[in-house]
Design a protein around this ligand. Sequence first.
Ligand code: ATP
Ligand SMILES: Nc1ccn([C@H]2C[C@H](O)[C@@H](COP(=O)(O)O)O2)c(=O)n1
Length: 419
Amino acid sequence: MARRMMSRLGQWSSYVFAVDFDMNSDPIYFALASKHSERPQVFRNVLADEICYSLHVQSDDKIERAKFYGGLKNKLSKELPPECTILEMSTFQPNVKDSVIKGYFLKDASKSSATERVLGELLRNDPVYVCSYLCEGEDRQWSQHLWSNTEDGWGEVLEKYCVVPAEKPEHHPSTLNIINYDVFYSFEDAYKVLQQCVDIIPESKAVLELVDQRLKSKEKTDFPVIVIEGLDATGKTTLTESLTEALGATLLKSPPQCLSPWRARFDTEPPLIRRAFYALGNYLTAGQIGQEARQTPVIVDRYWHSTAAYAIATAVGGKLGNLPQAGSEVYGWPGDLLRPSLVLMLSLSSQERMRRLQVRGQDKTMEEEELEANHLFRQKVEEAYQRIEGPACVTVDASPSPDQVLQQVLLLIREKCHL
Ligand SMILES: Nc1ncnc2c1ncn2[C@@H]1O[C@H](COP(=O)(O)OP(=O)(O)OP(=O)(O)O)[C@@H](O)[C@H]1O
Ligand SMILES: Nc1ccn([C@H]2C[C@H](O)[C@@H](COP(=O)(O)O)O2)c(=O)n1
């Protein structure tokens, strides 16, 4: 394994490291050098006397990397002493797409040998790089030691570097690996992910079989296709049902009903696999839309905007400002996915949305719970919705009564789709 680490290490010093000490501020960026810099110390104000470590998943296999990273935090939380703080960390080449290696930074105030024992186990058995960080000398500068593994765990220090401050990059590191990790822009790219999962997730086979039998959709439909989007409890179900009746339309959903038996299973998977599942759901729904829109208008409850907006908002760490700029390719529509005639996004104040959630009082998915707990995440989902193009969504105020929302939407549909 040491040799495999070294091949990657040749470039290690061209990487920048980002540690999220506080999700509401910028990460701390540092690089590696042979000499300490004149600039102020990297970890001032965030580290005192702790011993620190970092862990990065090392595997050339994307699925293995995603699965292992997903499970690693749980394992660390369970096995490390409680005084050990686990922070998210990325290693990346500034502004270079697909260059991110995800990891964790450990701030260990435990003063016990338990942390080293857990990390030694990981080094021996798992595909990880482990580094330790030391603060030394009169000027209290930090250095990084990269460890090799042996049968017993900890081996020897392979490389020692000085930790020096690095510039904040133009693009937040969490935006560099969105394409084909969190959002898929073609049927083939999403399909490939599930194909590679067949051995580890047997349910993938059944999903792929369904997808193989999907109906192919034409680019243009005879009747209009109207998608209703929005956060949970904004009134999509209520509106799509009344619209369907008012327009004599057909109601469809993404993911479609036929994927329900597997949805909960894929919801437990890391983003790469989970998002590929939802992406394929859109292609199944697209086939149904193509079929139904030969005879009637079609109303769709969630479609591509949901898939992309939730995925982008989850992938992008920290502040709203870390989202890729409007106009970025990540907000583009997949070239091979049927485009609806109109996309409407229901928008509601968070107070009213919470009130409706409480009135409804059903079980919530983990992502719904996160939406409730995390105001920032909700803002990022809504902002991503608004930045998606091809077609862009039209925002509808969903706070009036159900009938008023329906009338407002019927007017918009008449205006935009000439129905
Ligand atoms: N315009 C409205 N005014 C007041 N209450 C509403 C309105 N529209 C829907 N509701 C109520 O709000 C709750 C959530 O509505 P609904 O289930 O339609 O939302 P949803 O967007 O489909 O949610 P989810 O995505 O979580 O399934 C329900 O109890 C519903 O009766
Ligand atoms: N087309 C879709 C529909 C849903 N999702 C994901 C996004 C959220 O995690 C969750 C919300 O769905 P709900 O609980 O309201 O049924 O499902 C998606 O990615 N793509």
